[in-house]
Design a protein around this ligand. Structure first.
Ligand SMILES: *[C@@H]1O[C@H](CO)[C@@H](O)[C@H](O)[C@H]1NC(C)=O
Ligand SMILES: *[C@@H]1O[C@H](CO)[C@@H](O)[C@H](O)[C@H]1NC(C)=O
Ligand SMILES: *[C@@H]1O[C@H](CO)[C@@H](O)[C@H](O)[C@H]1NC(C)=O
Ligand SMILES: *[C@@H]1O[C@H](CO)[C@@H](O)[C@H](O)[C@H]1NC(C)=O
Ligand SMILES: *[C@@H]1O[C@H](CO)[C@@H](O)[C@H](O)[C@H]1NC(C)=O
Ligand SMILES: *[C@@H]1O[C@H](CO)[C@@H](O)[C@H](O)[C@H]1NC(C)=O
Length: 759
């Protein structure tokens, strides 16, 4: 235990020294580090935006949100604006304003030249003074907008028609609104917009038609929108966009949002006239093909969002003319291959989203040219190691590991050593001392030593994980992928599986042996040497097969062990291959669950059986206490098994039901729960058993004898106790005794008597 701690301490101290020294280095920081504003200090990437002011001047906590692309800014603006003119949001000073619209319907509010009829159950547009400049008719029952509906209100600047039941819009509905600047038609049931419907809206700047049922548009629809800056057609049913230039009549269009439609493809004529576009949002469509030069005319594009589409091939040359692009989102597309030179044309990129994209060929070359990149988003945290100059990389952990450490939590980093050493020490101790217990059945000893060997492997597994955690301390992200793909990781993972499986099978075997002897004493024969050895060999062979099958075929199992930093196939960040999934279910929920049920069942029946016999034989007051001891022991054996395995069964079951399990839970399971059995088996099956205690007592007595002549205590050590101890009920059976007689030290004499009286 101590060496681990010392190494650990020296590391912590070393780390602090390193960071203290780096304070005196020059301004330009090494790869993977970022500068602290205008002071000469560099910090590792992972300290950026972690909520702690490590720079001393807050520079590392600056710039944490991704404010790239002006959509974010505009979004805020948009929200503010929306709020201002939305439901019940008039300023208090406006409330004072006197109504200048003459008579207005009773349900409406009027201030100055503005009319607010939100939620007034109106079926038609109210008739008010022609001087009205703002009309809000949200949450009403308007069904259609007939010809010249608004021509009576030529001074209108803002018109809000959200949340009505509008199905049809006459081509002349908005005639004469020469001063209209903002028009909202969201949350209606409009399915078609006729060409020329916006013809008079020369001053319209914002047109928002989200959540309608529009399935087709042509460029002519937008005729007359000479001043339009923003067009939002979110969540409609748009299919193929017209092949003709879409922005033909919208020479000032800045922001175009087609999110949540059914657009299947983009052709290179569609955006050819949209030269002023700065934001193009095509998220959540069905785009699978993008013809070449589609974005060629968008030289002022600042943000391009193609996330959640069906793009499989994304040619680097598509981005060729997007010199000003600062934000690109191609997350959640089934892109097969990201090329090394994929982003060579978009050098001003500041934010790049590649979430949900597997990049098997990831390399630094891809992101190297993007000098101004400050935010990058990946599918896996270990990809961050390939973009070391980017200040903000997400995700920065998979729950088990973080960018800096193989084991994310400091408690885990320490306890991996503690548990490893405890497990190794306990088991090696038993392996060494067991042969010296004189009064013991050699075959039983062999089983126990075998069990300890298997448990010891778990300690070795944890030791290796701890070692690699130390080795990669502080720079894990640069080694993560290599580590998970390495042979060491696979071997150490199979070692852990070998250990658990052999341990589980051995415990089951020992339990069954004991069960048969106690519950069916007449059928119980002394297990032969041959049989025991064959069983042991068989168990180890099965363990090896289970552990090494996944290494045999990479095509079927992919990287079965290397799905996470601890190389244990319990938690996979992402769907594994089907074979791997089935295999791990068979192992964890098949073999191990069956073994667990057998163990629980056997111990319960054994206890019941002994309880029954004891009742017949002994006086009550005596045996209650003894039975309690027995029950306690059985309980602990079953309890530690349950403690170890039930969480694992539950985890596996949940992951089978597709419940998202945080990786951190898995790492706690691997470090604290999985080794419970391995660490406690030496205690349960050897150190607390009677022969062992006797041996210790004897050594102690011998020692005392040598010092003084008195040996009063000697007899005490041999008084029979009901501490029902050993695993093996039938040792040292002398040939002349009938089967079923208990002469060994395990079952107390009272139980003997009861058995004898039975026979
Ligand atoms: C760093 O910048 C801050 C203001 O941004 C200024 O107050 C401070 O003096 C500067 N420090 C140095 C060392 O230039
Ligand atoms: C509109 O306002 C003008 C003065 O601002 C006023 O003379 C005119 O009567 C108003 N029209 C109506 C219909 O209220
Ligand atoms: C529109 O607004 C301008 C000034 O912004 C004003 O002169 C004009 O009278 C308004 N009405 C129409 C119908 O153009
Ligand atoms: C548009 O894309 C087609 C292929 O879809 C291509 O043949 C054509 O040359 C492209 N036109 C321009 C102007 O790039
Ligand atoms: C990119 O798109 C995904 C999916 O829609 C979204 O979750 C993510 O927030 C986007 N990234 C940025 C930086 O906007
Ligand atoms: C990167 O950012 C700097 C400072 O904002 C700017 O001067 C430079 O032109 C940018 N580089 C590219 C390739 O856009």
């Amino acid at each position: 235990m101590l060496p681990g701690f010392l190494i650990y301490l020296s590391w912590i101290i070393g780390m602090n020294f390193a960071s203290a020294e780096s304070g005196h280095s020059e301004v330009s920081c090494p790869l993977g580090y970022f500068p602290c504003g205008n002071i000469t200090k560099c910090l590792p990437q992972f300290m950026h935006c972690n909520g702690v002011d490590e720079c001393g001047n807050q520079a590392d906590e600056d710039n944490c949100g991704d404010n790239n692309g002006w959509s974010q800014q505009l979004d805020k603006l948009f929200e503010k604006h929306y709020e201002k003119f939305g439901v019940n949001s008039y300023d208090s000073e406006m409330k004072e304003a006197e109504c200048m619209l003459g008579g207005v319907p009773a349900q409406c509010l009027c201030r100055g030249l503005e009319l607010d009829c939100d939620g007034a159950k109106l079926r038609t547009v109210p008739s008010v003074s022609s001087n009205v400049t703002m009309m809000s008719l949200q949450h009403n029952l308007l069904k259609k907008l007939g010809p010249d509906t608004f021509s009576r209100f030529p001074e209108l600047r803002n018109l809000y028609l959200q949340h009505n039941k509008i199905r049809t819009v006459s081509v002349n509905a908005f005639r004469g609104l020469h001063n209209l600047t903002k028009l909202y038609l969201s949350h209606n049931a409009i399915s078609i917009l006729k060409p020329g419907v916006f013809q008079d809206l020369h001053r319209l700047e914002w047109l928002v038609i989200e959540n309608n049922k529009i399935n087709r548009i042509s460029p002519q629809v937008f005729q007359g929108l000479n001043s339009l800056i923003l067009l939002v057609m979110l969540n409609n049913f748009l299919g193929r966009l017209p092949d003709k230039p879409l922005c033909q009549y919208m020479p000032k269009l800045n922001w175009l949002d087609f999110e949540g439609n059914n657009i299947p493809a983009l052709s290179n004529t569609t955006f050819s006239s949209c030269t002023t576009l700065t934001v193009l949002v095509l998220r959540k469509n069905r785009i699978s093909t993008i013809s070449e030069n589609t974005f060629s005319y968008l030289s002022r594009l600042d943000e391009l969002d193609l996330a959640n589409n069906r793009i499989e091939a994304f040619d680097p040359s598509l981005l060729r003319d997007l010199k000003d692009l600062s934000q690109l989102n191609i997350s959640y597309n089934p892109i097969q291959k990201i090329q090394a030179e994929q982003f060579d044309y978009v050098l001003s990129l500041k934010s790049l989203s590649l979430e949900g994209i597997e990049i098997p060929n990831i390399q630094r070359r891809m992101f190297m040219p993007l000098k101004n990149l400050t935010h990058i988003y990946f599918r896996k945290f270990q990809y961050c190691g390939f973009a070391p100059h980017v200040r903000n990389c997400k995700p920065n952990t998979d729950g088990i590991s973080s960018l800096e450490n193989l084991l994310a939590s400091i408690v885990q980093r320490v306890f991996v050593w503690v548990v490893s050493l405890a497990t190794c020490f306990g088991n090696i101790f038993v392996i060494c001392t067991r042969p010296y217990i004189r009064s013991e059945n050699k075959l039983h000893a062999m089983c126990i030593i075998s069990l300890c060997c298997a448990d010891c492997l778990m300690g070795i597994y944890l030791f290796v994980i701890g070692y690699f955690d130390l080795k990669y301390r502080g720079e894990y992200n640069q080694n993560a992928q290599a580590w998970m793909d390495s042979t060491q990781c696979r071997l150490v993972g199979s070692l852990a599986i070998l250990s658990t499986e052999v341990s589980v099978l051995l415990l089951t075997y020992l339990t069954l042996e004991k069960y048969i002897c106690i519950v069916y004493p007449f059928r119980c024969l002394k297990p032969g040497k041959c049989r025991t050895i064959t069983t042991l060999i068989l168990i180890w062979i099965v363990g090896f097969i289970i552990a090494f099958i996944p290494l045999s075929n990479e095509h079927i199992f992919l990287n079965y062990y290397g799905t996470n930093g601890v190389c244990f196939p319990l938690h996979s960040e992402h769907p594994e291959s089907t074979a791997a999934q089935i295999y791990s279910v068979i192992i964890f929920l098949g073999v191990n669950l069956a073994a667990f049920i057998i163990i629980v069942f056997s111990y319960s029946s054994m206890f019941y059986s002994i309880h029954q016999t004891a009742i017949m034989a002994t006086e009550i007051h005596n045996h209650i206490k003894k039975e309690m001891t027995l029950a306690k022991r059985f309980f602990f054996i079953v309890f530690t098994d349950a403690l170890c395995w039930i969480p694992i069964f539950i985890l596996k079951l949940l992951s089978l039901l597709q419940v998202e399990i945080p990786g951190s839970i898995s790492s706690w399971v691997v470090i604290f729960i999985l080794p419970i059995n391995s660490a406690l088996n030496p205690i349960l099956y050897t150190i607390t058993t009677r022969p062992f205690k006797e041996m210790i007592c004897q050594i102690w007595n011998n020692y005392k004898q040598r010092r003084s002549v008195s040996n009063k205590n000697r007899q005490k050590a041999y008084t029979p106790s009901f501490f029902w101890v050993e695993m093996w009920p039938l040792q040292d059976i002398s040939p002349e005794m009938r089967p079923g007689l208990y002469t060994d030290s395990e079952v107390s004499t009272t139980t003997h008597a009861s058995r004898l009286s039975y026979t």
